[in-house]
Write a protein that binds this ligand. Structure first.
Ligand SMILES: Cc1ncc(COP(=O)(O)O)c(C=O)c1O
Length: 360
């Protein structure tokens, strides 16, 4: 709302904010929110429905407040991926990683936070909503992170929360494990590594650093690689002391028994769900080559999306022209750049065909 009514007792710090709002409009190819284009198999959807039906018999009761079974399942998943030895007490689960981010701010955001722009827009937005001072750290012209500059900016602002996103959204670029460790050394508070797209990357996960560096915490999600965005399950991997502190700010029974049941079944079928990750990585490369073939510049990406530039019409205009042709991508507000999610083969083809007809 551009003008709030005078009678509304809105908290002062919210009056200048705009809500998160990636357009949700019908399109033939929906390539704007980095979702996984592949839906669940009928068999898996059936298995989820059966488990939910079972849990529905007990909907008169509150869910397991601590989501113990789900957290143990998530710990096993991370251990299988990264050869770690986590248990449920290293994991916190919530309604999407956005809720995890909010909880981190509520528990630890008392002396300000820093992140390196452009990055995930919800980090600063949630900071502002809860009244935590946010500093925009800088990146190079090509959006890569200059570690020495970043270390200086962290030291100068002395935040309790330092955010890095790797692979980064919206650029797709990633940091090496050595770079993450280097940054951690200068963080006075927690170093929050947002790894929403980790499964699409061949870099070592920062979860492997936690045992020796309890001030590193890692955000993961089932929304992307797991094809589970609609279920809303995100999680944090961290030292047990961090997880215990999050119990102070979580709302009682925040994760419904239906969500927990669905996510437990999804984890039991992780091989099937993650089978499309390699397919999407191959499609990402094919899409990159097609964009370069159109004379465009593409930021190197280890995620399931590509940021591109080099077109000679304004980004909002190109975005609209693509939408007119049934292709919804994302204008992330970066001048002369647009971001496209890697979709199914058919969606990617439609996108390239539409883009070719507009640019040629
Ligand atoms: C870097 C990053 N972190 C977190 C999220 C939030 O994901 P979710 O709340 O679906 O887990 C996103 C979503 O796009 C993201 O790009």
């Amino acid at each position: 709302m551009s003008q709030w009514p005078e009678w509304l007792p809105l908290v002062d710090r919210l009056s200048g904010l705009a809500p998160y709002g990636a357009p949700q409009v019908p399109a033939q190819a929906t390539l704007n929110t980095n979702e996984n284009p592949y839906s669940l198999s009928p068999e898996l959807s059936q298995a989820i429905a059966a488990r939910i039906q079972e849990s529905a018999l007990h909907l008169n009761r509150y869910p397991d407040r601590d989501a113990n079974v789900l957290r143990a399942g998530l710990a096993s998943f991370i251990n299988s991926q990264s050869s770690t030895t986590f248990s449920a007490e290293n994991i916190w689960a919530a309604n999407g990683s956005n809720e995890i981010i909010q909880s981190l701010f509520l528990a630890f955001g008392n002396s300000g936070a820093i992140g390196f722009t452009p990055s995930y827009s919800m980090h600063p937005l949630i900071a502002r909503v809860i009244g935590c001072q946010w500093r925009n750290g800088s990146r190079r012209q090509d959006f890569s992170l200059d570690i020495e500059v970043a270390k200086r900016e962290i030291s100068e602002s002395a935040p309790t929360l330092t955010f890095i996103t790797t692979p980064n959204n919206p650029t797709g670029s990633s940091l090496s494990i050595e770079e993450i460790l280097d940054l951690a050394k200068v963080c006075p508070g927690l170093l929050v590594v947002d790894e929403a797209y980790a499964e699409f990357s061949d870099e070592q996960s920062a979860v492997t650093l936690i045992a020796a560096n309890p001030k590193i915490v890692v955000i993961r999600t089932m929304s992307k690689a797991f094809s589970f965005a609609g279920a809303r399950v995100g999680y944090l991997v961290a030292d047990p002391a961090v997880i215990s502190a999050l119990f102070l700010v979580r709302l009682p029974y925040h994760l419904s028994s239906i969500t927990q049941a669905a996510a437990e079944v999804a984890l039991e079928h992780q091989d099937e769900l993650l089978a499309n990750v390699d397919r999407l990585i191959a499609a990402r490369e094919k899409l990159r080559i097609a964009l370069v073939g159109l004379g465009l510049t593409v930021t190197p990406s280890k995620a399931n999306f590509l940021l591109f530039s080099g077109f000679d019409i304004p980004a909002p205009e190109l975005w609209q022209k693509l939408l007119d042709k049934g292709v919804l991508i994302r204008d992330v507000g970066l001048s002369a750049h647009l971001r496209v999610t890697v979709g199914s083969e058919a969606e990617n083809e439609l996108f390239i065909k539409a883009l070719t007809s507009i640019l040629r």
